[in-house]
Design a protein around this ligand. Structure first.
Ligand SMILES: Nc1ncnc2c1ncn2[C@@H]1O[C@H](COP(=O)(O)OP(=O)(O)O)[C@@H](O)[C@H]1O
Ligand SMILES: [Mg+2]
Length: 214
């Protein structure tokens, strides 16, 4: 299963979510690859000092399609982190994906700026002539507000792209754990952050299976 995390807006949590998901599937004993297609190398710089069982790290640029083709049969999960503003690499990553996640912060500004990413996602699907499940992921949601329900309605009014039920809250654990090359799951298995990442993994897997059977 090839999962790309993308959004042309920087700072919405692509790299944080990619690393937590990839470390999560690796910890569950799935053979996992994380491809960092961003020249800022956030994932590589954060994780390469901390080798993990079941996790292989790769960097890629315009060659991403070829790299995915060579890795595809060797891994249960391949996660791709994409750069902001780079249409070319982002399009190529989307084109080889089975599933696309668009992380989004819970604010009208971020929601409106997702339009270009969604347009790109639709164009790619037309070009490859294949439906690719594409979902928003609300990130950095404040655990103490009821804003997310309102935000959910706001997104539904603007876009047809569905919103994952799972969401990631704004928690220091996301930065703290990665300082030691760990996901929030490895950092504290029973924490709220670990629970929400596990829930997200399960939801993505469930949607993907359902889609396969369609
Ligand atoms: N759920 C979260 N809770 C707290 N901080 C977060 C969360 N997700 C991301 N961040 C922080 O937000 C900043 C941007 O995240 P990053 O993953 O680098 O975004 P992107 O890759 O989209 O540019 C980083 O400082 C990261 O630690
Ligand atoms: Mg990033």
């Amino acid at each position: 299963m090839i999962i790309t995390l993308t959004n042309q807006k920087g700072g919405c949590g692509k790299s944080t979510a990619t690393m937590n998901l990839a470390l999560g599937t690796a910890a569950l004993n799935y053979k996992t690859a994380l491809i960092d297609a961003d020249e800022q190398r956030s994932c590589l710089d954060t994780l390469q000092e901390y080798p993990k069982a079941n996790l292989s790290l790769y960097e890629a640029g315009k060659d991403i399609g070829d790299l995915v083709a060579t890795l595809k049969d060797d891994f249960h999960f391949i996660f791709i982190d994409t750069p902001p503003h780079s249409h070319h690499i982002m399009h190529k990553a989307m084109a080889v994906s089975d599933f696309i996640i668009i992380p989004l912060q819970a604010s009208p500004l971020d929601i409106h700026s997702a339009k270009r990413t969604i347009d790109a996602c639709q164009k790619v699907q037309e070009k490859v002539d294949r439906e690719i499940p594409c979902y928003f992921l609300l990130n950095r949601v404040n655990p103490r507000t009821k804003l997310s329900k309102e935000i959910g309605n706001y997104i539904r009014e603007l876009y047809t792209v569905p919103l994952l039920q799972s969401r990631l809250h704004n928690r220091v654990a996301y930065a703290q754990s990665l300082m030691h090359g760990k996901s929030v799951i490895e950092h504290n298995r029973s924490s709220d952050a670990a629970m929400e990442v596990k829930k997200l993994l399960k939801e993505v897997h469930r949607i993907f299976q359902k889609d396969l059977k369609k």
